[in-house]
Design a protein around this ligand. Structure first.
Ligand code: CTP
Ligand code: CA
Length: 225
């Protein structure tokens, strides 16, 4: 049994991880976002560093401490900024793990001035953000691509559909309505779905252990692709 931090099975592997939410500004004081804490992505980054990987962490706004030993850390706010950074580093990497919760929409018009309230109701127009992972799925040559899906219903069906639509090798899915699997907590209960249709159901585990389980699966794809 090897000690944590002395494993080297990801040595020389270049791993890009995205984490956290994106933040889509409405005006200088307001934004649209989601409940992602970044814990799963940061746990993955820590575990990959401990196993010898060269890790780039591209992170939306979180309250977490930056993991030690990263090859590079890139802070982003919006989905468009995340896309730009991910595409920039994509040709460099062997593995991409998209744990970030990318906002699907952004306000169509950003107001440089604070929007004042009025007596009437307000309609906020949104436009679609690009699907970063889908773009990577279209571009990939050697890269192992891993997606995440946080679902509330039809878990397996939705996740499989995403795996196929985005041309992924693995998708990690969790039911956010289950206690111990939702946002902000230190544990997760996931299913790992492989591109051949194999479904593995993992028990409730600390996010760091989930991270190592995911990295174990990725290693199989790296060694046999
Ligand atoms: N993703 C992405 N770019 C987006 C939206 C999602 O790269 N604009 C990635 C996420 O990082 C995640 C995976 O795609 O790894 C699945 O995200 P999810 O929100 O579950 O799927 P969507 O395709 O956006 O579908 P929906 O939100 O409608 O369930
Ligand atoms: Ca989405």
């Amino acid at each position: 049994e090897q000690l944590v931090g002395t494993r080297t099975d990801l040595q020389n592997k270049k791993i890009l991880i995205t984490a956290g939410p994106t933040r889509e500004p409405i005006d200088p004081v307001r934004f649209i976002s989601n409940h992602s804490s970044g814990k799963m992505g940061y746990s993955l980054a820590e575990a990959a560093v401990e196993r010898g990987g060269e890790v780039i962490l591209i992170s939306g706004p979180t309250s977490l401490e930056r993991p030690a030993g990263l090859y590079k850390y890139v802070a982003v706010e919006t989905a468009l900024e995340m896309r730009e950074q991910v595409l920039k580093f994509f040709p460099w990497c062997d593995v991409v793990i998209k744990a970030a919760a990318v906002a699907d929409y952004r306000p169509k018009n950003y107001s440089g001035r604070k929007i004042k309230k009025k007596d009437a109701e307000m309609v906020l127009e949104l436009e679609k953000n690009p699907d970063i992972l889908k773009e990577l799925g279209e571009k990939k040559d050697r890269q192992v691509l891993v997606g995440f899906a946080a679902e509330t219903n039809d878990i397996q069906k939705n996740a499989l559909e995403k795996l196929n639509r985005k041309n992924l090798d693995l998708i990690v899915v969790n039911d956010v309505t289950v206690e111990g699997a939702g946002f902000g907590v230190d544990t997760n209960i996931v299913k790992i779905i492989h591109r051949n249709g194999t479904i593995e159901e993992l028990p409730k585990m600390p996010k760091k252990e989930v991270a190592n389980a995911i990295l174990d699966r990725i290693l199989q794809y790296l060694n046999y692709s």
